[in-house]
Design a protein around this ligand. Structure first.
Ligand SMILES: *[C@@H]1O[C@H](CO)[C@@H](O)[C@H](O)[C@H]1NC(C)=O
Ligand SMILES: *[C@@H]1O[C@H](CO)[C@@H](O)[C@H](O)[C@H]1NC(C)=O
Ligand SMILES: *[C@@H]1O[C@H](CO)[C@@H](O)[C@H](O)[C@H]1NC(C)=O
Ligand SMILES: *[C@@H]1O[C@H](CO)[C@@H](O)[C@H](O)[C@H]1NC(C)=O
Ligand SMILES: *[C@@H]1O[C@H](CO)[C@@H](O)[C@H](O)[C@H]1NC(C)=O
Ligand SMILES: *[C@@H]1O[C@H](CO)[C@@H](O)[C@H](O)[C@H]1NC(C)=O
Ligand SMILES: *[C@@H]1O[C@H](CO)[C@@H](O)[C@H](O)[C@H]1NC(C)=O
Ligand SMILES: *[C@@H]1O[C@H](CO)[C@@H](O)[C@H](O)[C@H]1NC(C)=O
Ligand SMILES: *[C@@H]1O[C@H](CO)[C@@H](O)[C@H](O)[C@H]1NC(C)=O
Ligand SMILES: *[C@@H]1O[C@H](CO)[C@@H](O)[C@H](O)[C@H]1NC(C)=O
Ligand SMILES: *[C@@H]1O[C@H](CO)[C@@H](O)[C@H](O)[C@H]1NC(C)=O
Ligand SMILES: *[C@@H]1O[C@H](CO)[C@@H](O)[C@H](O)[C@H]1NC(C)=O
Length: 500
């Protein structure tokens, strides 16, 4: 790189001092040397910047990063040179003459740069703040201007004081000991209504979405986290309400202290695909994992595709009246055996108890459950409804209900979970249509489960066949041989079966 021509990082300061006392600032012609174990330490001793080898690595790869000072193993919150590492402990971190931050190896070859257009000559400095932000500022005619800050380039960790917006993301490490960009990216998604999402490199669909349940089943915990992600700019009364509900409900597991203790929280996109919220009581307490998503196989976005129920124990299962689109591919989900609109008489519903379900397509007010059911029946595409009766009454004393309709696909349906759910009324086709070819609860399409079923059926058939043959044989031989022989035959059959 031509820029190396301009590079001038001398070690003058440290050569002439007996030791380097803790500092939080680097100026031009100043640097951090790995060989000399130099680091920057924020004024309040909360964060430290320097060279490190990821915990668990046996080789000597060196990276420049920021970590919580005193953490052991180091809690790395930011990494400069994520993929081009240094082989030896001979690197330096410095500001170049044109005002760029750089990580250089012993041959002055660049391993990372802030990649700014540069100013020459540059006047300014870089400072590690107590928030964990590394800020490069330029002095211009007596005023200081921030030209670069690490908070605008998160690696896998989101710290309080950052603000999530569309062009920001946190990208997981490749593995627990490799900070190179990995498979999972956490970001805000404008297209899906400002939800937060996790994308996975090899999956077309989002891997996880914060707003799947939307207003339908609120995720209290996530509202708290989105408050932090907004740099605490969301209405605080809203958050206070959430906290109040948290106190009275086992559904919420977020403590108010961890929420308002801005110094002691962090959100990490972990290498194995989980977005994790950590908190601690104070600087000397240990970190606690307070919240993490996706929690299990069913929290993955559309884990079972459309119109299938996800169960963490048993896998995916088509809804009643639905068939797998493809028996080999989970993600394609299920579809109606007969499309609703082509069939008259689809006016029965089956109740699915305490389910979790994706966002409804329509929300309206009706009179009681019947009103809601009527609304669903009026739309030939309506797949399901759910309702909640309020305390508000009309003039004729009938209660008003909140009514939700699903007109398009039903997805993210989940059973067997702990934090609340709703009864969903699934529209059925006439009885004969639904149950002609399958058992009453719809077909399993977990391939492994199907294999087991086939094996069981085959075994049962063989046993029956064996018994029939045995019966005929016994009947024939009954005339001349009795008692002892029969017992022997039965014994052989049972032994044979137990060996299958
Ligand atoms: C940095 O070093 C160069 C060359 O040695 C010198 O000209 C310049 O004045 C120095 N800058 C500062 C701020 O010390
Ligand atoms: C730097 O730290 C390492 C290990 O902690 C130590 O072996 C080495 O002597 C130190 N080097 C200097 C220059 O202090
Ligand atoms: C790297 O740059 C420094 C400062 O300009 C210089 O003293 C040193 O000789 C250079 N090292 C190499 C290997 O070019
Ligand atoms: C520099 O600052 C002085 C006083 O603050 C002001 O009068 C002058 O216009 C500034 N120059 C530039 C180039 O901004
Ligand atoms: C994530 O952010 C980095 C810059 O910090 C950018 O290079 C990368 O393209 C972003 N990835 C996505 C998927 O937006
Ligand atoms: C976050 O909020 C703090 C305090 O209000 C503010 O100083 C900081 O600039 C904000 N950060 C961003 C990225 O907007
Ligand atoms: C929640 O409960 C704790 C202890 O019972 C109390 O200290 C705190 O103020 C409560 N938070 C809210 C928002 O009511
Ligand atoms: C909250 O989280 C803690 C620690 O992870 C756990 O021990 C506790 O059981 C959780 N409480 C609830 C109500 O889920
Ligand atoms: C957070 O850290 C700052 C800087 O060290 C300190 O002034 C502030 O009191 C801390 N706040 C809490 C709640 O610990
Ligand atoms: C920090 O938290 C730990 C555990 O929660 C507690 O034992 C300790 O007294 C606290 N220290 C301070 C200085 O508050
Ligand atoms: C509705 O009325 C019942 C019984 O009167 C009461 O327990 C409940 O809190 C009320 N719900 C609302 C949302 O007002
Ligand atoms: C609705 O369900 C009832 C009871 O299961 C059944 O007798 C009736 O035939 C069903 N109606 C239609 C149109 O399928």
């Amino acid at each position: 790189m031509l820029r190396t021509v301009f590079i001038l990082c001398t070690f003058l300061f440290c050569f002439h001092l007996p030791f380097c006392s803790a500092k939080d600032t680097l100026t031009l012609n100043d640097s951090i040397s790995d060989q000399k174990n130099e680091t920057l330490i924020s004024a309040g001793e909360r964060f430290e910047l320097g060279f490190f080898t990821p915990h668990g690595r046996s080789d000597k790869r060196r990276y420049v990063g920021i970590w919580y000072k005193g953490s052991n193993p180091r809690r790395i919150v930011w990494v400069a040179n994520r993929s081009p590492w240094l082989d030896k402990s001979t690197g330096i971190f410095c500001i170049t003459e044109d005002g760029n931050l750089m990580v250089l190896d012993e041959n002055n070859k660049s391993k990372w740069s802030s990649n700014l257009q540069g100013w020459y000559p540059f006047k300014g400095m870089v400072k590690l703040l107590d928030s964990g932000n590394l800020v490069l500022s330029k002095e211009d005619n007596g005023t200081s201007k921030v030209v670069w800050q690490s908070f605008n380039y998160p690696t896998d960790t989101f710290l309080p004081g950052m603000k999530m917006h569309d062009s920001l993301n946190s990208t997981a490490w490749k593995s627990s000991d490799d900070p190179a960009p990995g498979n999972f990216i956490f970001q805000k998604d404008e297209e899906s209504g400002n939800q937060y999402i996790i994308k996975k490199n090899d999956r077309d669909l989002d891997y996880w979405r914060s707003g799947v349940s939307g207003k339908f089943i609120e995720s209290d915990n996530f509202l708290v986290i989105s408050f932090i992600l907004s740099n605490f700019t969301k209405s605080s009364s809203n958050i206070r309400n959430i906290l109040k509900n948290c106190n009275s409900s086992s559904r919420c597991n977020m403590t108010s202290s961890s929420l308002f203790n801005k110094n002691n929280t962090m959100l990490v996109m972990s290498f194995d695909g989980k977005i994790q919220y950590f908190s601690r009581h104070n600087k000397s307490a240990s970190w606690r994992l307070t919240w993490s998503e996706p929690r299990h196989s069913c929290s993955v976005f559309k884990a079972c595709g459309n119109s299938a129920i996800c169960n963490t124990q048993t896998g995916c299962k088509c809804l009643r009246g639905f068939d797998p689109v493809s028996p080999d591919d989970f993600s394609e989900g299920c579809r109606r055996k007969t499309p609703l609109c082509r069939k008259s008489g689809a006016e029965n519903f089956s109740m699915l108890e305490m389910m979790k379900l994706g966002k409804p397509d329509t929300e309206l007010e009706t009179t009681g459950e019947n009103g809601c059911r009527e609304k669903c029946l009026k739309d030939c595409q309506c797949q399901a409804y759910s309702f909640e009766t309020t305390n508000i009454t009309k003039r004729d004393d009938t209660r008003i209900s909140r009514c939700w309709l699903w007109v398009e696909d039903l997805n993210n349906i989940q059973e067997e979970f702990t934090d609340g759910g709703r009864n969903i009324y699934l529209r059925l086709l006439p009885y004969t249509e639904v149950d002609a070819n399958s058992n009453s609860s719809g077909g399993f399409y977990n391939p492994r489960m199907q294999g087991t079923l086939i094996a069981l059926v085959t075994m049962a058939s063989l046993t029956v066949l064996a018994c029939v043959i045995a019966y005929i044989y016994i009947q024939k031989k009954k005339a001349n041989r009795q008692g002892k022989e029969l017992w022997r035959f039965t014994y052989m059959t049972v032994r044979g079966m137990s060996e299958i």
